[in-house]
Design a protein around this ligand. Structure first.
Ligand SMILES: Nc1nc2c(ncn2[C@@H]2O[C@H](COP(=O)(O)OP(=O)(O)OP(=O)(O)O)[C@@H](O)[C@H]2O)c(=O)[nH]1
Ligand SMILES: [Mg+2]
Length: 669
């Protein structure tokens, strides 16, 4: 049987979980429809999800359409949990982007579609909630065309909008309403369609357009659009048929070498690690040994695949499937998986980033006698399931802090720690995570046996600015053969580690570092032929000298602290514009000119990420509760005013004497 790994993505509350429930019901997996509002759905299973009626974690369920096995991944829509969406993007064959027929295109709709397009994931659009009062198909279709994709092709027409009887009439392939729009969109990417259509529209059959639509959907350049209601079920059969006909099933040879990807890590009842893996090619059987990115290896002790709503034990998982694997205790989210005899390493780069990083952090404070060790252990386990929380341990201050997307995530961490680990915590107020950018170019070098260099290494480095998003690049201007590879590797790694805390303690995400000088003392022995450590360079010398050299180079280059800014869109009653403008000024926002239409006023602009939460909280009082704020990360910009410093972790290479004293104390005599 073919399989399709399908993601359901949308802005919060658009109806993803309800649609998932409906699809499971229509496929005969569940006899009774669960409801988000009663906390009885298949995918919102966490106590907290049921209590709050929102999805927090991605969840996989499966059902069958004809001869197609669908693994459906229901994702959270709240921006605080965007990391959960990010992790599943790499394992999808296709997606359904849900848009509410009432609220229309929202901030997160655009963010998600941009990522789907960038990754060329075939995507259908489902306009949901056509039964709800205020549903407006025309407005939504216009919004989709303006803000989501110019290549949406409506596959049917809704009737009875905004009433419980709302229904959908699918277009037949030959319907003019379909052929005209489809030809228009498809001709953009297919010259043959264009030429034939111009010559004689009558000669381009509906069936051909449907085939071409499937082909262009697979290439993610066209986006079929469906209407329906997850609650009443209207139009959902039409969507199901579209999933079968228009989305491409997983390809990948079962006999080929194993290649897969870990997209989620769970803990079983006994605390055992379970890796959720999408297999792209090959077959993994129980007792097979597989290699993981980062060098680990593991023996698969058990496998379960998703089947008709439940999980079933299997002896093997094949290309195209998603499975839970037991036994891979070193597995981390984002790890590539290879067969033991397959080619190439597992690939050890950090998982690709498709969304903005978390921009807030907070100190986690144990409460009521909870001990720090237990808290640390619990947070480490959370970080394993959610690497972006970036646990930081500040030994000097005895503090643990985590990175965050927002305040709701705090609540989730708090109740997870309480429910799953029995650890009770509070948080300090969130602060913004800034970054540092180089202002100019700086170079520095230290030579072995010269000056006050206490390490047996020569390192020269030049640090240059790199454009946002370029990342850290390490290059050589010295001969590769001039030192053992292990020493270069030590410098490379130390450069990356050092750049995590720039001159003001913030990450330096983008920087080009070039090694301009190298030198070492070869392994030396005395006459009695024992290895003399005091005269022979080791990788540790390079690892420890590099931060000193690089920080001097950074000082010479100069860095500037940048803070995250959000792009916001604010819809408020026109008569509230005065007080809202004053509020925006207090929040250090830079609004564009407001656009007033009738009683409604729309203001867009930029605001520091640090102030978004406060803005959100103060808005209702100024707008009789009618103000709607949407915001998303836009860019980093230089901090105006006082430069924030981040407490430094570990030995401080900016304080040379103390740094050397701390490191040399650890070196055995
Ligand atoms: N009238 C109507 N209400 C709907 C429909 N689909 C969902 N809802 C309601 O909308 C609310 C949100 O639905 P969910 O399914 O939780 O939305 P979601 O997209 O999964 O939300 P998150 O996972 O939290 O982002 C619930 O109260 C649903 O009952 C629909 O088709 N019609
Ligand atoms: Mg949901």
């Amino acid at each position: 049987m073919q399989s399709l790994n399908l993601g359901i993505l949308a802005h919060v509350d658009a109806g993803k979980t309800t649609l998932t429930e409906r699809l499971l019901h229509d496929a005969g997996v569940i006899a009774e429809l669960g409801s988000v509002d009663d906390g009885s759905t298949q995918t919102d299973t966490l106590a907290l999800e049921r209590r709050r009626g929102i999805t927090i974690k991605s969840a996989v369920v499966s059902f069958v359409i004809g001869d197609l096995a669908v693994n459906l991944i229901d994702t959270p829509g709240h921006p605080d949990f965007i990391a959960e969406v990010e992790r599943v993007l790499s394992v999808l064959d296709g997606a359904v982007l849900v848009v509410s027929a009432v609220e229309g295109v929202q901030a997160q709709t655009r963010v998600l579609m941009r990522a789907l397009k960038r990754l060329r994931i075939p995507t259908l659009i489902f306009v949901n909630k056509i039964d709800r009062r205020g549903a407006d198909a025309e407005r939504v279709v216009r919004g989709v065309a303006d803000k989501v994709t110019p290549a949406a092709v409506a596959m049917g027409a809704p009737a009875g909008l905004g009433t419980p009887d709302a229904a959908v009439a699918p277009f037949a392939p030959a319907d003019a309403a379909f052929t005209a729009r489809a030809a228009d969109v498809l001709a953009d990417h297919d010259d043959a369609v264009l030429a034939d259509w111009v010559r004689d529209p009558g000669a381009v059959t509906g069936a051909r357009l449907r085939r071409e639509l499937a082909a262009q959907t697979a290439r993610a350049v066209a986006h079929p659009l469906f209407f329906g209601s997850a609650i009443t079920g209207a139009g959902v059969d039409h969507l199901t048929a579209g999933i079968r006909e228009l989305l491409p099933a997983a390809r990948g040879a079962v006999e080929a070498p194993v290649s897969g990807s870990v997209f989620k890590v769970e803990r079983g009842p006994a605390g055992e690690k379970i890796a959720l893996v999408r297999l792209f090619t090959g077959t993994v059987r129980t007792r097979d040994r597989v290699r993981l990115a980062g060098g680990g290896e593991g023996k698969v002790t058990a496998i379960s695949v998703f089947d008709a709503g439940g999980a079933v034990r299997r002896d093997a998982v094949e290309a195209g499937q998603i499975a839970r694997l037991w036994g891979l205790s070193d597995a981390r989210i984002g790890d590539a998986i290879r067969g033991r005899d397959g080619d190439g390493a597992g690939g050890s780069e950090a998982p690709a980033r498709h969304f903005a990083p978390p921009t807030l952090e907070t100190v986690v404070v144990p409460r009521g006698g909870a001990d720090r060790a237990a808290l640390h252990l619990a947070l480490e386990q959370l970080a394993e399931q959610d690497p972006l929380i970036g646990l930081r341990q500040d030994d000097l201050r005895g503090e643990l802090s985590v990175s965050l997307y927002g305040e709701v995530q705090k609540e989730v961490i708090q109740s997870t720690l309480a429910d799953d680990f029995g650890v009770h915590v509070t948080f300090r107020a969130s602060t913004t995570i800034c970054v540092e950018r180089l202002v100019g170019t700086g170079a520095a070098e230290e030579h072995i046996g010269a000056g006050d260099n206490p390490f047996l290494a020569t390192v020269g480095l030049r640090a240059e600015p790199a454009p946002p998003g370029a990342g850290v690049a390490f290059g050589l201007e010295v001969e590769l053969g001039s030192m053992p590879p292990a020493f270069f590797k030590a410098v490379d790694e130390a450069v990356r580690e050092t750049l995590r805390q720039g001159l003001h303690g913030w990450d330096v995400p983008d920087c080009t570092v070039t090694m301009t000088d190298s030198g070492y003392w070869a392994r030396q022995s005395h006459s009695h032929a024992t290895f003399d450590k005091s005269m022979s360079s080791t990788a540790r010398d390079f690892r420890q000298l590099t931060p000193l050299v690089l920080m001097t180079a950074l000082r010479r280059a100069g860095t500037c602290v940048h803070e995250p800014l959000h792009r916001f869109r604010l819809e408020v009653p026109a008569d509230a514009l005065g007080p809202v403008s004053a509020l925006l000024a207090r929040m250090r926002a830079t609004p564009d000119a407001p656009a007033i239409s009738g009683a409604v006023c729309v203001v867009e602009g930029e605001v520091p990420a640090a102030r978004v939460h406060e803005l959100q909280q103060q808005l209702p009082a100024l707008t009789r509760g009618e103000g709607v704020l949407e915001s998303e990360f836009a860019r980093y910009a230089p901090v105006r005013g006082a430069v924030p410093e981040r407490p430094r972790l570990g030995p401080d290479p900016l304080d040379r004497r103390e740094y050397v004293r701390r490191l040399l104390r650890r070196v055995p005599a």
